[in-house]
Design a protein around this ligand. Structure first.
Ligand code: SF4
Length: 291
């Protein structure tokens, strides 16, 4: 049997050239109001024989893989024993492997003991992609994130204490215009409390058929204008306090791609935002924005 993936498959932009291995199918939460990624996919953790066969097939095609991403939505929910089996085999079978990434939710991490997380780090799990989305509990509740800010901070710190690197995502505009200031300030506060290695800002895009889409159509939610988006990002950057955190807003959903290290490049990025506010021609046109 060849190497194949069960669609749809999503991975972070920085895993574009990675070998993808599905440990789970779908997302165990599958309830965030802005997300339809796995709506048609029933969640399950794949069995070890299934994963083992996938790895055996994949290594025939990509024997020199240096990066592997464990999908789907929150593969970190899988039992630690299974993840250890996966990691051990990957590091045995792919001699050039340098990095293994995974999507994880706060509740997945909080269910694991510090020892389990340490075992995962020692077995070669490197990077957890971790959605903060917002530092406002009001907004997290509104989007059905299923965890609160304190849990997200606790989960993030727990993973980092075990030696895992975190890539944290926040969503500009997720609270709409009314909660923009609260969202920017409280998200900056939560991101600072985690102090991850990477922080990425996406911009709210509402997929057709999502709960958020129905709210938008009923007039119960408003998207930010490009200018409001930049102003919210500006407040967020002004308020974060991070050490050597690589910040990116280069996702296809963003109006203005930014990249720098926080805090040291804060002023440079704020100046880029100011320039774009003064010259909207610098923004990515609406038709080029996508998920
Ligand atoms: S946890 Fe992630 S994949 Fe799952 S519903 Fe929320 S945004 Fe979608």
């Amino acid at each position: 049997m060849g190497y194949y993936l069960v669609p749809p498959v999503y991975r972070p932009p920085s895993e574009a050239s990675s070998l993808i291995l599905q440990v789970t199918l779908g997302c165990s939460h599958n309830a965030c109001s802005f997300c339809v990624s796995y709506k048609g996919k029933r969640f399950r953790v794949k069995t070890w024989p299934e994963i083992e066969a996938d790895i055996d097939a994949a290594k025939e095609y990509f024997p020199t893989a240096t990066r592997i991403f464990l999908a789907d939505g929150n593969a970190m929910v899988a039992e630690t024993g299974l993840l250890l089996q996966v990691l051990n085999k990957l590091h045995r079978d792919f001699p050039y492997l340098e990095r293994v990434g995974i999507y994880g939710r706060a509740d997945d991490i909080l269910k694991k003991t510090p020892e389990e997380l340490k075992q995962l780090t020692e077995a070669g799990l490197s990077l957890v992609y971790y959605g903060l989305e917002s530092g406002s509990d009001r907004i997290l509740k509104m989007i059905y994130k299923g965890v609160n800010v304190a849990q997200i901070i606790e989960g993030g710190c727990k993973a980092m204490a075990a030696g895992l690197q975190l890539s944290v995502t926040v969503i500009i505009g997720v609270g709409g215009p009314e909660l923009s200031e609260e969202h920017a300030k409280e998200t900056a506060e939560a991101a600072s409390a985690i102090n991850p290695a990477y922080l990425s800002a996406l911009t709210m895009l509402i997929p057709e058929g999502s709960y958020m889409d129905r709210k938008l159509k009923r007039g119960e939610f408003k998207l930010l204008t490009p200018e409001q988006t930049l102003r919210e990002l500006k407040v967020l950057l002004e308020n974060v306090s991070l050490e050597n955190c690589v910040f990116r807003s280069n996702h296809a959903s963003n109006y203005l791609p930014l990249k720098g290290v926080l805090n040291q490049d804060r002023d440079k990025m704020l100046a880029q935002i100011e320039r774009a506010l003064a010259n909207p021609g610098l923004l990515r046109p609406e038709f080029l924005r996508g998920l």
